[in-house]
Design a protein around this ligand. Structure first.
Ligand SMILES: NC(=O)c1ccc[n+]([C@@H]2O[C@H](COP(=O)([O-])OP(=O)(O)OC[C@H]3O[C@@H](n4cnc5c(N)ncnc54)[C@H](OP(=O)(O)O)[C@@H]3O)[C@@H](O)[C@H]2O)c1
Length: 385
């Protein structure tokens, strides 16, 4: 029996790589749902190749174009955010890959877990904003919740077969395009420089998060919820070669690490095929050809987003949601040239000080927090000059 897969965010960096993985294992996987925001051309192209049962084009302005293009292929076409959630309740797939970006991934993930669907989660913002609610629900519903982020996939693989809890985990980081630069040296960096990641080719938003190192801060929060850790059990190590994807240390001092070439197709494939491993032609690590593997502590002064993220998770409640909403706005304003790179953490910090704090937020409070902080951050971006 083929595993039926839904891909939410099929036109993005993770989504397109997932389709490559699936194309290499057509005997094992079948794509039954594809969903995108507004990239109708690519969605149509993907649907013509995969022939899924259904596609969702979230933006209603693109619905007619997608509908007309797929009219003769017996593929159902939906639009709007609600349909992303409604399809989770139907018997269309066994596992959904959540590869949408940002807070928008939260509702579909909640719907997937509520409907008892296995989730392969790439969208880290979901666990940043609502980690406790989502992971508690997944436990209640007993649904497999498999991380796709390479660091969390590494930890997940290191913990496989272990009954002992980890003493510590080390999240590795390339350091991003500005590794080694001081805060002053980053004052005038531009969008092109910030998007130029040394090792990974990723979507625009996560590329900027990598440049500020907020991405690593988010991953600390993600790791807390996925593996029931305290923030003090999670350390960040800059490892520019990106071969060690993360490490777990146990109470006897033993360290386990997962290594591989930096290729997102590896953790994507592992999540889709879990608990099995499949053949892969992604290339192999050649140790004889490698001069060194180096590790260093991140420069928390140059990259203040790391401490903002640790601060948010230590305060708990809706603070990580405030952190995420402010970051989403600040990053999008930087990408369209409205604020400077160094102003991203300033906007976030201001929102964390000013926004209403709730120690034990319900789901609806998180939705409201997200809305309010986005508006607050937009105002701050306008007035910061
Ligand atoms: N890229 C990586 O290597 C990587 C690694 C680890 C984790 N992640 C995480 O994975 C997630 C996706 O990253 P990415 O780099 O693949 O992002 P991306 O390239 O920007 O792709 C985002 C995808 O989500 C879709 N989308 C956005 N908003 C949507 C909405 N409201 N409804 C439906 N679809 C929506 C986009 O559709 P359109 O194309 O139509 O806009 C696109 O298909 C992020 O949370 C990121 O942090 C990524």
């Amino acid at each position: 029996m083929k595993r039926r897969i839904g891909i939410y965010g099929s036109t993005g960096s993770i989504g397109t790589q997932a389709l490559e993985v699936i194309a290499n294992h057509q005997d094992l996987f079948e794509v039954t749902v594809l969903a995108a925001n507004n990239n109708s051309n690519l969605l149509i192209q993907q649907a013509m190749v995969c022939k899924p049962d259904s596609v969702v084009i979230r933006d209603p302005d693109h619905y007619d174009k997608v509908f007309n293009a797929l009219d003769t292929l017996d593929i159902k076409v939906f639009t709007g955010s609600e349909s992303l959630c409604q399809l989770m309740e139907m018997d269309l797939f066994d596992m959904v890959l959540i590869a949408m970006v940002g807070f928008e991934g939260l509702k579909p993930t909640m719907s997937a877990v509520s409907a008892g669907k296995a989730v392969a989660l790439a969208n880290k913002e979901v666990l940043v904003v609502a980690g406790e609610i989502v992971t508690d629900l997944a436990k209640v519903k007993k649904v497999p919740f498999i991380p796709v982020d390479s660091e969390h996939s590494a930890i997940f693989q290191c913990l496989s077969g272990e009954v002992s809890k980890p003493e510590k985990v080390y999240l590795t980081s390339s350091g991003g395009p500005f590794r080694g630069m001081t805060r002053d040296e980053m004052l005038n960096v531009n969008v092109q420089q910030a998007l130029k990641h040394p090792n990974w080719s990723m979507g625009r938003k996560i590329s900027i998060d990598s440049a500020t190192m907020m991405n690593k801060g988010f991953e600390v929060i993600e790791a807390k919820w996925l593996f029931s850790l305290t923030p003090t059990q999670i350390d960040i190590l800059v490892h520019p070669q990106c071969i060690v994807h993360s490490m777990v240390q146990f109470r006897d001092g033993t360290l386990k690490a997962q290594l591989g070439l930096p290729d997102m197709k590896l953790p994507i494939q592992y999540a889709l095929s879990y608990p099995y491993r499949l053949d892969a032609n992604f290339g192999r690590v050649d140790f004889a050809d490698m001069h060194s593997l180096t590790f260093e502590a991140p420069d928390r002064n140059a990259f203040p987003c790391i401490d903002l993220a640790y601060g948010a998770i230590e305060q708990g409640g809706n603070m990580p949601c405030i952190l995420n909403a402010a970051n989403e706005i600040a990053v999008s304003q930087f990408l369209c040239g409205k604020i400077r790179f160094y102003q991203i953490p300033l906007i976030i910090e201001r929102c964390m000080v000013k926004a209403d704090f709730d120690k034990k937020p319900e789901y609806e409070v998180l939705l409201e927090t997200n809305k309010r902080v986005r508006s607050m951050a937009t105002d701050f971006c306008t007035s910061i000059h």
